[in-house]
Design a protein around this ligand. Structure first.
Ligand code: UFG
Length: 341
């Protein structure tokens, strides 16, 4: 078996799209996922799209023994992409220990096994949440890390610190941390996409569920921000573009050139888009008029954040390609497919 990549959280939203891109590029993929926020049927979607079925192990990485057994069973792992983590901002405020326990222990158990089994390469799934409300826009990788506004965000910061400190003493370890802005959309095949459990927290799944009739109306959180139309600004990045960046990161780690202990890249489009602009783009892409109302700001939201993508463009050789309208069209195609409409 050659070039086996362990993708933790591989049946999740970004993980599943990444598995397809990895297999399209000839990598073998082993998914480890505890299925706490994803469905095993995602494997069928991956297989349908890529023509190959990844290896799968149902593993809870916060359990040390299970993680050790995983690495014993698959001695050929050459690199890891670590997606597996809890990610609901609001829930992390009410149940912080659940987030600290899972997100930190999972990474620690992986790193212990990387040392034990001499696995050198890891790509970590980080977030622009580490920048908080940035002082300067677009935000570069050199921007200061701000105090986290939620335990979830704090776990991303602490995990980056764990990686940095471990990389400093383990000379075989090579790390790339990818800070995502707002991943949206679905695979153009509509074989896989975002599958939020219950009421979605994020904007785009809430929009598509409202358009399909599952929700009465979208609530736009705040129209008194210091932005051109008063609604908050984000950098919405197509999930397939994002997935491709992971393949480039893996190739970079596996190649000899450009190896450093820890590299950090922003993954966004560089374009800031307001909530009302997303709604307009969705209406254009879908032909559906969206019911929405403006309500108060949501606690913990930043006003505006979008990426300076120059470092990822030049150093990683990656650039977001898909525009917002086609991305929203893919999210809409996926929503219709899963609701049989
Ligand atoms: N929004 C609404 N109505 C909704 C949902 C969202 O108006 O029903 C607005 C939000 O207020 C925000 C924008 O749409 O202005 C985007 O909100 P999301 O919840 O989709 O995304 P966030 O930017 O809040 O959060 C995302 C990720 C987090 C990550 C954070 C970093 O979901 O994991 O970016 O900033 F921590």
């Amino acid at each position: 078996m050659s070039k086996l990549i362990l993708v933790t959280g591989g049946t999740g939203y970004i993980g599943s799209h990444t598995c397809i891109e990895l297999m399209n590029e000839g990598f073998e993929v082993l998914i480890a996922d505890n299925l706490s926020n994803s469905d095993i049927s995602v494997l069928d979607g991956i297989e349908k799209t890529s023509g190959k079925r990844p290896f799968f192990e149902k593993v809870d990485l916060s359990d040390e023994t299970s993680t050790n057994l995983l690495f014993d069973k698959y001695p050929g792992i050459v690199a890891i992409i670590h997606f597996a983590a809890y990610k609901a901002v609001g829930e992390s405020v009410s149940i912080p220990l659940k987030y600290y326990y899972n997100n930190l222990n999972s990474l620690i158990h992986l790193l212990n096994n990387m040392e034990r089994k001499k696995v050198a390469n890891i790509v970590f799934s980080s977030s622009c949440t580490v920048y908080g409300e940035p002082d300067e826009l677009p935000v570069t990788e050199k921007a200061p890390i701000k105090p986290a506004s939620s335990p979830y965000g704090n776990t991303k910061q602490i995990c980056e610190e764990i990686l940095r400190d471990t990389g400093a003493v383990n000379e075989n370890l090579n790390i790339i941390s990818l800070r995502y802005f707002n991943p949206v959309g679905a695979h153009p095949s509509a074989n896989i996409g975002e599958l939020p459990l219950g009421v979605p927290n994020n904007l785009v799944p809430f929009i598509t569920q409202t358009a399909i009739g599952l929700r009465d109306e979208l609530k736009v959180f705040g129209s008194d921000y210091n932005t051109p139309d008063g609604t908050a600004i984000r950098d919405y990045i197509n999930v397939v573009d994002l997935a491709k960046a992971h393949v480039i990161a893996i190739k970079r780690l596996l190649g000899k050139a450009g190896k450093k202990k820890l590299e950090v890249f922003n993954l966004g489009t560089g374009r800031g888009v307001s909530v009302l602009e997303v709604i307009n783009a969705f209406e254009k892409a879908s032909g559906v008029k969206l019911k929405y109302k403006i309500v108060d700001r949501r606690e913990g939201d930043v006003e505006k954040v979008f990426a300076d993508t120059r470092f990822a463009n030049t150093e990683l050789g990656w650039k977001a390609e898909k525009n917002l309208e086609e991305t929203l069209a893919s999210a809409w195609k996926w929503e219709k497919k899963i609701r049989n409409k």
